[in-house]
Design a protein around this ligand. Structure first.
Ligand code: MG
Length: 393
């Protein structure tokens, strides 16, 4: 299998972003921030690389030591020297592909990283970029740098121009050889690669993959992070299904979805045999990937004999909440010829909603017959199916 490493270059001492710490070691994420710029950057590569190298300034070792499961490498006098040090640290690790990334591009999207990795299946080098869309000028910059001292001196054709980003990816041995022979500094690793004759494919960059450089960049990054967190929350939904059957025996009522319904026979089972509530409970366990009723309440255990099924449902929804989920909605179908469920459906919805502590609008109970076919059609028992959607709170 291909082994990919990432070298995160964090050796700069730039404090253009304000503050006394270099930008990559500053907190990101507003007042409640718990992660630094570099923590975000490292996190983005956790699932994308088998090995993470962080090249830090020798003076920043104390700051770097809190990073876990990374190889820490002291950087050199130039960016190129720092990358070279990172590459040398990977020799002997069986690395096939290496991505080289600026620590300050903390919000690099997964799609950008994957784009580079995919392109490396075809090419020795690949790097993300965005086409230049603004008009370009040449200008004279005044010595005093006052805002009114600069003048446009010409325009520049922007066609074929790109804004380079990172991670810049390469076949490991090729870029290692290129850095070993490269003299002096370079703007980036694409420059080093091209000087050594490596062709570099351009992959799709992203606006959010910007370099946190100035104080206002922190505010922009904070806002983007908040937006991404919300999107992740919205996407974190789990779905489960449940199915249960109980057979008829002697009796004068059945328990269905928490409602006692008069009937000429009763459902048999270890508990109260509420087939609808069992299907719903199993659907919740299923959505959580936490087994089924039998696992949590073994039928072999006498303490659950004749148990009221709301105990099971309360346990399942409680487990969901412990794991950070809330019921989005559920839908229970009862399959039987008799008793007629329709007249009790509203009471069943209310009973289930109350047990789960949710609004009745989130709970559906409906019924169908099986056209006199099969065991439900022959009235040997009742079957029930349930579907549940849980959403991260
Ligand atoms: Mg059951």
């Amino acid at each position: 299998m291909t082994k990919t490493a990432v070298i995160i270059v964090a050796a700069g001492r730039g404090t253009r972003a304000g503050g006394t710490l270099p930008k990559q070691w500053q907190m990101l994420g507003g007042a409640e921030a718990s992660m630094r710029v570099i923590d975000h950057t490292v996190a983005r590569f956790r699932t994308q690389a088998d090995q993470i190298v962080v090249v830090h300034h020798p003076d920043d070792l104390d700051l770097a030591q809190s990073l876990e499961n990374v190889i820490l490498v002291p950087g050199g006098a130039t960016r190129a020297a720092s990358v070279r040090a990172g590459l040398e640290a990977l020799v002997g690790h069986g690395i096939d592909k290496v991505l080289i990334h600026d620590a300050a591009r903390a919000l690099v999207p997964e799609t950008v990283i994957k784009g580079v990795k995919d392109a490396l299946n075809q090419h020795q080098g690949a790097a993300p970029a965005l086409a230049v869309t603004d008009a370009l000028w040449r200008g004279a910059i005044s010595q005093d740098a006052s805002e009114t001292g600069n003048f446009v001196e010409g325009t520049q054709d922007r066609s074929g121009l790109f804004r380079a980003q990172t991670p810049q990816g390469f076949a490991f041995e090729a870029i290692l050889a290129a850095h070993r022979t490269h003299e002096g500094d370079a703007a980036d690793d694409v420059e080093v690669a091209r000087a050594a004759g490596i062709k570099v494919a351009i992959t799709r960059g992203a606006e959010e993959n910007f370099k946190i450089t100035h104080p206002e960049d922190f505010a922009r990054a904070d806002a983007l992070l908040r937006q991404q967190e919300q999107e992740t929350t919205q996407m974190d939904m789990r779905v489960g299904n449940g199915y249960d059957v109980h057979r008829f025996g002697a009796g004068d009522h059945v328990w269905l979805c928490g409602v006692k319904v008069p009937h000429g026979r009763s459902l048999q089972g270890h508990s109260d045999a509420d087939v609808g509530m069992h299907a719903l409970t199993d659907a919740i366990y299923g959505a959580l990937a936490r087994g089924d009723i039998g696992q949590h309440f073994p039928p072999s255990d006498p303490q659950w004999k004749g148990a009221e099924s709301h105990i099971f449902l309360r346990h399942a929804i409680g487990l969901a909440r412990e794991m950070g989920y809330e019921l989005m909605n559920c839908d229970v179908t009862v399959v039987c010829e008799r008793p007629k469920v329709g007249p009790h459906a509203q009471a069943m919805r209310e009973a289930l909603a109350e047990i789960m502590g949710v609004d009745v609008e989130k709970v559906s109970v409906k019924a169908t017959t099986s056209e006199r076919l099969g065991f439900t059609g022959r009235e040997e028992g009742i079957a029930s199916l349930a579907t549940v959607a849980l959403i991260r709170r």
